[in-house]
Write a new protein. Structure first.
Length: 293
């Protein structure tokens, strides 16, 4: 029994359009990655551990003030009530401080994992959470390699808490609250490209003072929060096992193959089904007309 070639090819044509849309999505993703993001450079050699950034954040977002101070040996983490946490470490160069907050990855795993786009990487740089789009699945928490997003488990109307780099203030032309209040100027806000150049200039000017690396320049594909330190970053509790590939990039090959598996194969079967159905219809019509095939 012959297959109706026209109907078969028509069905596959629809699949081809779907694949084209998939490729367009990939092109849009590459275009978004070319955007020059804003970021923050944190120089731990200038940080005194005063916690001004913590208090400023609490004021800004009406969160409880921190009740403890950074002490070596005690790791303070961000939480549903604290978006920024300063820690103290005993290092090879004596006691030093490090600040922990959302790193605002260039290609954030949290946004990639979010099914409703509640977690969004904005064109300006900050990664923000949008309450009206969140369905509470908490995939962002599981996917983040830095353990940043926190869920308000004890709230009747729970939210995801994380640093948003004072996104609304940025849109008005202001700087993040933590940057504005830092008395030691350990925090600098600007374009990520310019911050990397500033960090390199500091390393070049005082090579004996700094570890000759910028944390966040390449880690997980690059981050918006960049770090300078005088000791290896692992001495300050920063992960060095994450690699330089963004987490969404690991899914890229799989995601690009999905249209071929989920669109072409069903389209192929649908094409066969429609062709056989049309052929059967023609045969039955022939019988009704008194013509047996």
């Amino acid at each position: 029994m012959a297959i109706n070639r026209r109907g078969f090819l028509k069905t596959l044509g629809v699949a081809g359009i779907s694949l084209t849309v998939g490729k367009s999505f990939g092109a849009a993703r590459e275009e978004k990655n070319a955007v020059e993001f804003n970021g923050i450079l944190y120089d731990s050699t200038l940080c005194s551990g005063c916690q001004s950034c913590e208090y400023a954040c609490s004021d800004k977002y009406e969160l409880p003030y921190p009740t403890d101070a950074p002490v070596p040996g005690v790791v303070r983490t961000t939480s549903d009530k604290q978006r920024v946490a300063v820690n103290a470490y005993n290092t090879s160069k004596g006691p030093q401080h490090i600040r922990k907050a959302c790193n605002h990855c260039n290609e954030p795993a949290c946004a990639s994992a979010c099914l409703t786009k509640a977690m969004l990487k904005t064109d300006e740089g900050p990664v923000i959470w949008r309450e009206e789009k969140c369905m509470g699945c908490r995939s962002c928490m599981i996917s983040c390699p830095f353990d940043i997003p926190k869920f308000e488990f004890d709230s009747p109307n729970p939210k995801i808490q994380k640093c948003r780099m004072c996104y609304e203030e940025l849109m008005k032309g202001d700087v993040p609250a933590c940057v504005e209040v830092c008395p030691q100027e350990a925090l600098t806000f600007g374009k990520r490209k310019d911050l990397i150049e500033l960090a390199r200039t500091r390393i070049y000017a005082e090579p004996e003072k700094y570890n000759h690396n910028i944390y966040g320049e390449h880690e997980v594909g690059g981050t918006g929060l960049l770090y300078l330190a005088s000791v290896p970053f692992e001495e300050l509790g920063l992960r060095k096992d994450l690699g330089t590939t963004s987490y969404p990039e690991y899914n890229k090959t799989f995601l690009y193959s999905v249209p071929a598996v989920l669109i072409l194969w069903p389209a192929f079967l649908l094409g066969l089904h429609n062709s056989f159905k049309e052929r059967r219809s023609n045969i039955l019509k022939g019988k009704e007309d008194g013509h047996e095939e």
